[in-house]
Write a protein that binds this ligand. Structure first.
Ligand SMILES: NC(=O)c1ccc[n+]([C@@H]2O[C@H](COP(=O)([O-])OP(=O)(O)OC[C@H]3O[C@@H](n4cnc5c(N)ncnc54)[C@H](OP(=O)(O)O)[C@@H]3O)[C@@H](O)[C@H]2O)c1
Length: 333
C-alpha cells in the first residue's frame, strides 16, 4: 500500500500571486502522518475550498496543496481501535483541506478524532450533499431551536439563500414548520427557493438597509445569516424583541457595523456558528438530525455532481456568484 499512487487536484503557486490547478498523481507517502487512511469516495465544494484553491493564505499557508474540507469514504488502514478497514466515515472541517491534503484527492490520512462514522440511513454520497455547508446550516438551526425559537414566533430570514449553507438552512427550517423568508441576490432563482421551502423571497437589496439608523422595524423572529456585512447588520436591527440570529459567513464582508441598541433595547442574541472545530458530541447529534428528522426529501434538487476534472468550472461559478445549492465531487474508484 505504501508505494501506491493516486489522483488529486493540486493547487500550485506560480508566482505573481497566481495559482494553477491541475490533476496530478500523488503518492501515499506524500500524505501526512495520521491514524487513519481513508479512500475518499465523495467530497464536496464549499466556499472555503474556493479560497484555498485561489491562494487565500488565511486558509492555506503552503502550496502545492490539495483542497477539500469534506470527505466521505472507506477506511483502508487504521492504527486506532475505534476504526477498522471497511468502515464508512465522514470528515468535515478540522484542518482537512486547509493545511492537510483534503478531499479533492483519492486518499486522505487524518487523526481518528476527526472521523464520524457514517449514520446508517445516510449514504456516503448523501453525507457529502450536506457536507460542511449542510452541517453548518443544521448547526445553525440546532442553535436556534436550543435558544427556544418556535414557528409561532414569526418569520425566519435566511441570507445567501441559494448558497450551500443557505439552501440547506431554508430546507431544514421549512421542514421544522418555520415560515422562511429567503434573501437572495439572484431573482432568477425564485422557483428553486420556493421549491426547497421558502414562503417568501426578497432581494438582497431589500434586505439591506441604506440608512444608518440604529434600529429598524421589527420583522423577523430570527435569522440564519450566511453573508455577513451590511445585510447581517440590517437583520440584527430588524429582529423582533427577544429574537436570535446565527452568523457563520463573510462572503459579503467580515465587517459588522452596529450599535449595541438591538442587544440592550430588544434583548436579541447573536450566535456565532463554527463548524470546523465543533465539539464531537454536538457534531454527532447534528449528523444524527441530518440523517433522521431533518433528512431532506429533495436532497437531489440541491445537488450538482462533478468529478476532479469538472471541479475547476464549479470553482469559477462559485467565485462568480453563479453557483447554486451543493456541488459534490465523485472521486475515481
Ligand atoms: N462558520 C462556519 O463554520 C462556516 C461553515 C461553512 C460555511 N461558512 C461560510 O458561510 C458562507 C457561505 O458558504 P457556502 O458554502 O454556502 O457558500 P456559497 O455556496 O458560495 O453560498 C454563498 C451565497 O451567498 C451569496 N453571496 C455570494 N457572494 C456574495 C456577496 N459578495 N455579497 C452578498 N452575498 C453573496 C450568494 O447567495 P444569493 O445569490 O442567494 O444571495 C451565494 O450563493 C461563506 O462565507 C463560508 O465561508 C462558514
Amino acid at each position: 500500500m505504501t508505494s501506491k499512487t493516486f489522483q488529486a487536484l493540486v493547487v500550485s503557486e506560480t508566482g505573481d500571486n497566481t495559482y494553477l490547478r491541475e490533476i496530478k498523481e500523488r503518492n501515499l507517502q506524500d500524505l501526512p502522518a495520521g491514524d487513519v487512511l481513508v479512500r475518499v469516495r465523495y467530497s464536496s465544494l464549499n466556499y472555503k475550498d474556493v479560497l484555498s484553491a485561489t491562494g487565500n493564505k488565511g486558509v492555506t499557508k503552503h502550496y502545492p496543496h490539495t483542497p477539500g474540507i469534506d470527505a466521505a469514504g472507506i477506511v483502508v488502514e487504521s492504527q486506532n481501535p475505534d476504526f477498522k478497514p471497511g468502515d464508512e466515515v465522514i470528515v468535515t472541517g478540522y484542518d482537512l483541506g486547509m493545511n492537510t491534503p483534503g478531499g479533492f484527492g483519492q486518499f486522505i490520512r487524518v487523526p481518528a478524532a476527526w472521523l464520524v462514522k457514517r449514520p446508517d440511513v445516510l449514504s456516503l454520497r448523501e453525507s457529502m450533499i450536506y457536507g460542511t455547508a449542510g452541517f453548518t446550516a443544521a448547526l445553525s438551526v440546532y442553535r436556534l431551536l436550543d435558544y427556544g425559537m418556535k414557528p409561532e414566533r414569526g418569520k425566519i430570514l435566511v441570507s445567501g439563500a441559494t448558497g450551500g449553507v443557505g439552501s440547506v438552512a431554508v430546507s431544514i427550517l421549512a421542514k421544522e414548520g418555520f415560515q422562511v423568508t429567503a434573501a437572495s441576490g439572484r431573482p432568477e432563482t425564485r422557483d428553486y427557493l420556493a421549491e426547497i421551502g421558502a414562503r417568501e423571497i426578497i432581494s438582497a437589496e431589500e434586505a439591506t438597509d441604506q440608512s444608518s439608523r440604529a434600529l429598524l422595524k421589527e420583522q423577523w423572529a430570527g435569522a440564519v445569516d450566511t453573508v455577513g456585512g451590511p445585510l447581517l447588520a440590517t437583520t440584527i436591527k430588524s429582529v423582533k424583541y427577544g429574537g436570535g440570529v446565527t452568523c457563520c459567513g463573510n462572503v459579503a464582508s467580515p465587517d459588522l457595523s452596529l450599535t449595541v441598541y438591538p442587544f440592550i433595547l430588544r434583548g436579541i442574541t447573536l450566535m456565532g456558528i463554527d463548524s470546523q472545530n465543533c465539539p464531537m458530541p454536538t457534531r454527532v447529534k447534528v449528523w444524527q438530525n441530518l440523517a433522521g428528522p431533518w433528512k431532506l426529501p429533495h436532497l437531489e434538487r440541491l445537488v450538482t455532481e462533478t468529478t476532479l476534472e469538472g471541479l475547476n468550472q464549479q470553482i469559477e461559478l462559485m467565485l462568480a456568484r453563479r453557483h447554486q445549492g451543493r456541488t459534490i465531487v465523485r472521486l475515481p474508484e
